[in-house]
Design a binder for this molecule. Structure first.
Ligand code: OXD
Ligand code: MN
Length: 589
């Protein structure tokens, strides 16, 4: 008699008709075999799935070139299929579940003919964690198998957890024919099920990541009193050796990975890494809020990564360990067989090809590496990995940060007056768009809690859930908003960013332990300019003033945009959010 898992796999095989089925065990030997298959047997657009890079300089590292149309998340092709549209809310694409399935069934029908179907059992979260979830993804491309093995705890443990039960998260994925016309990422939250076809890109195809750990998990959290968030988790060690754990939500490609592994610019302070993208937040036995990272790898943006901006990531990428490291859509130096990207430590070579494998030189008009080129690398390679990383219960959280990318208007840092005010602060966040999704870059859009593309249900209900969580948590974390990206009238960044962001984190620690005051403004509490430690960096008090300034004119425009956004939720929006809006409005008059 077959188990529910075997039965499900069998049904998917009948639909997709693969040549063979391989159940992955997550072993090192298997990983080597997968990479070899990607080099020798599978191809995308006629090119091998993997190229072996210089193994002396980049141990166990491989280059992957995606299909040229498949380089980022495709939000317009991503659907959340609740039985009714209202539950999906105004920020999600919605399709009636049966209609979505009928449509996709036709695309999946026979799509794996001549190919291998890989069955990937994996855990999101440590297998011993009460918060972990057992999952199975089916895919038909070695790139996804290799990536999932870096990003998740893949192997037999998940099969043992599932046993004879029906209790596992299902993901069916095929690259199909890569045609954007036939590319869909469909979520069925009521069934813990994801169907994704037509893309191999991480955010569309590694179904444990955005699809399950954010979209489906956020809805599970809503029903079960926890939160699945687009957040970094870090420990900040102070000169006395105390470690304070915080989380930070930031939109895609806004520096979460750099923050997660920051080399502190302030003596005595050190950052410990727990996660760079996703946090699951649960209330612990002592009533406090605890965070776990359900992933075990980084899928980060490559351009701009260097020994200056993120020295720990360079060490991580060059580290030697049992997981391979993947580079997707970087350029390649043909003389040295090394990956290369804009903003890396060394200048480009004389014999280069770009991310598509086309000859490239310094005079070329297009970038060598795709602006959303990525690395996929194990977190266990990280020199700053927290000793609490594998703690199944997670770490207690003292502060939550909402970060935005804004040229103007939003000060370097603001603290919310209360949890309720903090929820409004998160809800009103707007940020300038990046290359992480297929869209025009640099356009301001509302992105509440950096969850706009990832919240698997109506965001009005999501705000209500956040408000309710605040009443359930003992000693709720303080809430802050940061903007590292404010510019002066000449378009220059006002704040040095990167390792110097520790100075802003230090102010937060001082606030949390009531060591320092702050200035009350209509939008929240901001530091007095002298309260941000600026010794050792060249930043004038005039610049500091600009960074912390609340410009009434800009805020008049901002508040209009906030209202327009909140209006889209109609009467479903919790009254508390409108109350906070009204307070802000009144104070800005
Ligand atoms: C990511 C994203 O890949 O947010 O993490 O797009
Ligand atoms: Mn992300």
């Amino acid at each position: 008699m077959s188990t529910p898992l075997e039965k499900w796999v069998q049904e998917q095989a009948e639909l997709t008709q693969p040549k063979s089925i391989h159940w992955c065990d997550g072993s090192e030997e298997e990983a080597r075999w997968i990479i070899k298959r990607g080099i020798e047997e599978e191809n995308i657009n006629g090119n091998p799935v993997f190229y072996r890079l210089n193994q002396d300089l980049w141990p166990n590292a491989y280059l992957h070139r995606s299909h040229p149309t498949d380089v980022s998340r495709t939000e317009h092709l991503t659907y959340v299929c609740h039985p009714d549209k209202e539950t999906a809310g105004p920020t999600n694409n919605w399709m009636e579940p049966e209609k979505a399935k009928n449509m996709l069934r036709q695309l999946f029908n026979g799509c794996m003919k001549g190919r291998t179907m890989y069955v990937l059992p994996y855990m999101m979260g440590h297998p011993d964690s009460p918060f972990a979830k057992a999952c199975v993804q089916i895919t038909d491309i070695s790139y996804v198998v290799a990536s999932m093995r870096i990003m998740t705890r893949m192997g037999k443990k998940a099969i043992e957890k599932i046993g004879n039960s029906n209790n596992f998260v299902r993901g069916l994925h095929s690259v199909g024919d890569f045609n954007p016309e036939r590319r869909f990422i469909m979520h069925f939250p009521d069934e813990n099920l994801v169907w994704s076809i037509g893309s191999g890109y991480g955010g569309n195809a590694l179904l444990g990541k955005k699809c399950f750990s954010l979209r489906i998990a956020s809805y599970l959290g809503y029903k079960q009193a926890w939160l699945a968030e687009h957040m970094v988790i870090i420990g900040i060690q102070d000169p006395q050796g105390n470690i304070t754990y915080i989380t930070a939500a930031m939109p895609s490609a806004c520096g979460k990975t750099n923050l997660a592994m920051m080399e502190s610019g302030l003596e005595g302070y050190k950052i410990w890494t727990l996660g760079d993208d996703i946090a699951w937040l649960n209330i612990g036995p002592d009533g406090r809020l605890y965070a776990i990272n359900p992933e075990i790898g980084f899928f980060g943006v490559v351009p701009g990564t260097s020994s200056k901006t993120n020295p720990n990531m360079i060490k991580t990428l060059k580290g030697r360990n049992f997981y391979p490291t993947l580079f997707t859509n970087t350029a390649l130096n043909l003389d040295t067989n090394e990956p290369w990207w804009e903003g890396y430590d060394t200048p480009c070579g004389n014999n280069m090809v770009d991310w598509q494998g086309k000859p490239w030189d310094i005079s070329s008009k297009t970038p060598a590496a795709h602006p959303n080129s990525r690395f996929t690398v194990s977190i266990y390679n990280t020199p700053t990995l927290s000793k609490e990383f594998d703690n199944p219960y997670g770490v207690p959280i003292s502060a939550i940060i909402f970060g935005v990318r804004r040229t103007n208007c939003i000060p370097l840092v603001t603290e919310a007056f209360s949890w309720k005010h903090g929820v409004f602060m998160g809800a009103r966040c707007g940020s300038e768009t990046t290359a992480a999704a297929e869209q025009k870059v640099g356009v301001l859009r509302r992105d509440p809690m950096a969850m706009l593309p990832f919240c698997g249900y109506n965001m009005a209900d999501y705000f209500r859930h956040w408000l309710l969580m605040g009443t359930r948590i003992k000693n709720p974390p303080r809430i802050f908003c940061v903007n590292w990206f404010r510019k002066d009238e000449n378009g220059q960044f006002l704040w040095p960013g990167f390792g110097e962001n520790i100075r802003v984190l230090k102010w937060m620690l001082d606030r949390i332990s009531n060591r320092i005051g702050g200035k009350e403004t209509p939008i929240g509490i901001v530091p007095m300019p002298q309260d941000i430690e600026t010794s050792g960096i060249n930043i004038s008090s005039e610049k500091m003033e600009k960074l912390l300034n609340i410009n009434k004119q800009e805020w008049q425009q901002e508040i209009k945009e906030i209202k327009n956004f909140l209006d889209t939720f109609g009467t479903r929006l919790p009254p508390e959010i409108w109350q906070e809006y009204q307070k802000l409005y009144n104070q800005l008059q």
